[in-house]
Design a binder for this molecule. Structure first.
Ligand code: ATP
Ligand code: MG
Length: 421
């Protein structure tokens, strides 16, 4: 017997009962992007592996152990994108989007990481991201944070999410801090787990990002990056704090927030919730002024964030939500009625483009058709039997209310539905 066909572990079908929540997140985000004047960019799902090694960094979780990398038929090493920023910068460089211009961009789509699947963590997951280029001040950082805050408000999730921010300083400041940090961790090397030992001399900042509970005490005691920041970096960070406070955004300064990717500098932030267990970060971002230069372009300031759609959907699922249902289901009997029904359905869709009309297909008794009408959640069943066809009438059965069935002329149907929708 052949093996049962199944989706790949960690990659999920999103079934019709859940898609309304996805659409809610997507529609709301598209609208917010429009409100702030952001333009959409779409990048391929596959890029050369080299792009991610050079941008995300060789010694990050993603590049070390999470990428879906394969050789194509030409022997080139390709990878499914694990995130969007690298591809967005590649696209911007390739098409000259960064020359003497400011860009406010957004993208969305699936990302791929070979992680251990669990609630809120999948191998194919979806992000919506924004990336801004050519602006070095704290106001653009405030803008994208305000944008995300507006999104939470519109989704009814403002209460669930809190904002953490930090500054990683300039690359020079981070370099100086690295020495201090390595010195500290070297003295406690026997307490480091395997991952941290490996990172000690390659990417010691990442040790601070460790999720291993056994490491938390040591991490708590580590010297803080904030003490290595120069006046300019502090000023930049304070400016952001002022903008946020003035806009009424609550935040916490979390000096341990470092983010998992190499390319960040200065501001980093995360929106977190306690409602999703250890997968509590729903949105994360920051400034990455060095990345474009690192990928071969002219020095260009950049800032962005990406949010995890699955985690937002999990949050929305915990609340009550309504799903838009069709207004009417058209039932019919006899061949002549079936033809009229098709025509009627099209006419109603022309007349009331915001509403849904489902046409019964496949015959069957009126009783079985009413059952189907009920199942799709329609408010009315519109009935075309032989008698109705002969008299140019239509029967209306109320499926959600105890109201007697009615018979009206077909040409009065639109008025009836408009008054009762
Ligand atoms: P985490 O610390 O949870 O692994 P990360 O730092 O790797 O997150 P980013 O690369 O910053 O995450 O991605 C931004 C957002 O994308 C995350 O905050 C999260 O909401 C979502 N995300 C990241 N990885 C996954 C995944 N494997 N499954 C589902 N969502 C994810
Ligand atoms: Mg991760």
């Amino acid at each position: 017997m052949s093996k049962k066909l199944q989706a790949i572990r960690g990659m999920h079908d999103i079934l019709p009962d859940k898609t309304p929540l996805w659409q809610k997140v997507e529609k709301t985000m598209f609208n917010v992007c429009q409100q702030y004047g952001y333009s959409e960019i779409r990048m391929p799902l596959v890029e050369s592996t080299d792009l991610f090694c050079r941008s995300i960094g060789e010694v990050t979780d993603i590049v070390e152990k999470e990428m879906y990398t394969f050789e194509d038929r030409n022997g080139n090493s390709l990878s499914l994108r694990p995130e969007g920023t690298a591809s967005c910068v590649r696209a911007g460089l390739e098409h000259g989007l960064f020359y003497n211009q400011v860009q406010r961009l957004w993208y969305q789509g699936p990302m791929f990481r070979h992680e251990r699947p669990q609630k809120g963590r999948y191998r194919q997951f979806h992000q919506i991201g924004v990336e801004c280029f050519g602006m070095s001040g704290a106001e653009i950082e405030a803008e994208i944070i305000l944008m995300s805050a507006r999104l939470w408000k519109q989704l009814g999730l403002a209460e669930e999410l809190s904002l953490e921010i930090n500054s990683l300083g300039s690359s020079e400041e981070r370099l100086a801090y690295k020495d201090i940090l390595v010195n500290y961790f070297e003295k406690a090397e026997e307490q480091l787990d395997e991952d941290s030992k490996r990172r000690l001399h390659t990417n010691p900042l990442r040790i601070l990002d460790s999720k291993n509970p056994a490491m938390q005490g040591l991490i708590e005691g580590a010297p803080q990056l904030a003490n290595s920041l120069g006046a300019e970096s502090i000023e930049h960070f304070n400016q952001l704090c002022t903008y946020l406070s003035e806009a009424g955004i609550n935040f916490t300064h979390n000096p341990r927030l470092v983010r998992g990717l190499d390319y960040y500098s200065h501001t980093v932030f995360e929106w977190v919730t306690t409602a999703l267990g250890s997968q509590g970060t729903v949105c994360a971002g920051g400034r990455y002024d060095g990345l474009i230069n690192q990928l071969g372009g002219k020095q260009t300031p950049a800032v962005g964030f990406a949010l995890g759609v699955e985690r937002l959907v999990l949050l929305l699922e915990q609340k009550e939500y309504s799903v838009t249902k069709p207004l009417a289901y058209i039932v019919h009997q006899s061949e002549a009625a079936g033809q009229i029904a098709i025509h009627l359905a099209e006419t109603l869709r022309d007349q009331m483009p915001e509403q849904g009309f489902v046409l019964h297909c496949g015959g069957g008794s009126l009783k079985s058709q009413f059952k189907k009408a009920d199942k799709v959640g329609a408010k009315f069943a519109l009935i075309l039997g032989e008698q109705e066809v002969e008299q140019n009438q239509i029967g209306i059965k109320f499926l959600r209310e105890r109201i007697e069935q009615q018979q009206i002329p077909q040409n009065k149907l639109k008025d009836f539905l408009t008054n009762n929708s």
